[in-house]
Ligand binder design. Sequence first.
Ligand code: HEC
Length: 192
Amino acid sequence: MRARAWSVIILVTAVTVVAFLAVSGALSQQAPGTKTDITERGKYIVSTSGCHDCHSPKVFVAGLPMPDTTVLLSGYPAAMKLPQIPKGIVSPDKWGALASNDFTGWYGAWGVSYAANLTPDSATGIGSWTEDGFMWGMRSGKHLGVGRDILPPMPWPNLAAMTDDDLKAVFAYLNSLQPIVNKVPAPIPPQK
Ligand code: HEC
């Protein structure tokens, strides 16, 4: 009888320990993968990888361009007019590139490129992109992996070197932003 009581106690303890391990294991596995964590990771990568430098319009604070927090990552403002580009200013023995005052518009040997709207507006931003399309694009340097070459100074090779999880986190964060309607113009090829 006593032996039986002991075996019941041991069994109950074993079941409790196994159940505890299973629950804590499930919790610790789930924690890094929740939607909020992934989005936070994406925000961290985007804010430490220079995306705002080129993709966020700016406000001027003490004369210096700072990301405009009301329109973060919405790309080259469609209503902006670039000043006339001086002839012959960019060449291998002169300047490499010119930038608009907010660094969303660029001119170089590739012509004029405009930083894309990275907010999830489906017509003018990335709202209609699939995660796969985004990843193929960043890995191949071609729009969504199949379109035209992505132009400088977009540093897509840096994104190509990220892990799948990091790229997915960037995409999840961009999709968590407020969609902003801003139709960035098509690039202009270099003048002959
Ligand atoms: C030095 C400026 C610069 C930086 C920094 C930059 N971008 Fe870009 N990005 C651009 C420009 C310019 C374009 C438009 C290129 C074009 O029209 O081909 C672009 C285009 C894109 C596109 C659209 C590509 C396509 O398929 O059409 C995505 C997505 C993108 N950038 C994401 C990012 C992310 C995420 C970061 C930060 C990790 C980042 N960019 C950092 C300048 C930049």
